[in-house]
Design a protein around this ligand. Structure first.
Ligand SMILES: [Zn+2]
Length: 221
């Protein structure tokens, strides 16, 4: 807690004061252009990744960046999506998964969540992902299977989004676009789903990350 309060002081002094004008505008209302649906994982920060300022993006986060199909859950997801789309008029929705996702690991290894009944129940909304992996990726195991689950889950949740009436209506009027991303924690890269190529392609080049990559060989000759 002490660390968080220290952060509050730093926010006041180093961010709020110098950006007073932005906050003055935000008091009047919000006009975010995007809704980002991401995992609750502490290592994933959608606003940091996109370098967004307060007011830029509406954010929905939960374990596994899951969108229950419309009517399938009493949770806040449907309300958040409806508000973002119908009331705020966001122009795009991005479902952002990430590498090393514990929720997706638990989805393909249910024994990991044996003692976590609420998690097990929540992951039921990603049952289609589990079925796709079981039927189509049985030749993969370990990391490759985990990666496939992370990517396929983003696509499944994009489909679930279409079941929400507010989303369906805006899509029909071409006033909304849907996008699938995967954040690769190891390199800081974000991969976007390319519909034509049917795969996730990097939206940004890889960045040298020092200790995360093998040491560079000394220049020879
Ligand atoms: Zn996750």
């Amino acid at each position: 807690m002490e660390k968080l309060v220290q952060g509050l002081h730093q926010f006041q002094a180093n961010y709020f004061r110098p950006h007073r004008e932005i906050f003055k505008q935000l008091v009047k209302g919000q006009h975010p252009e995007s809704l980002i649906i991401a995992c609750s994982d502490s290592r994933v920060s959608p606003t940091l990744l996109t370098q967004s300022k307060p007011g830029d993006v509406f954010v929905l986060r939960n374990a596994g960046n899951i969108v229950p199909p419309y009517g399938a859950s009493q949770g806040g997801e449907a309300a958040t999506i409806e508000y973002a789309v119908a009331a705020l008029g966001v122009k795009e929705i991005i479902v952002c998964g990430h590498t090393l996702c514990g929720a997706m690991k638990a989805l393909i290894h249910p024994e990991d969540a044996a003692e976590l009944p609420a998690v097990r129940s929540w992951l039921g909304h990603a049952e289609a992902t589990r079925a796709i992996i079981k039927e189509n990726y049985s030749h993969l195991d370990g990391e490759a299977r985990h990666k496939a689950a992370i990517e396929e889950n983003v696509l499944v949740q994009l489909e679930n989004l279409r079941t929400h009436p507010a989303v369906a209506a805006k899509l029909a009027r071409r006033e909304l676009t849907l996008h699938g991303w995967v954040y690769k924690m190891e390199t800081g890269q974000v991969f976007g789903y390319d519909v034509e190529q049917g795969q996730f392609l990097p939206l940004t080049p890889a960045v040298e990350t020092g200790p995360l990559t093998a040491p560079a060989e000394s220049a020879a000759g």
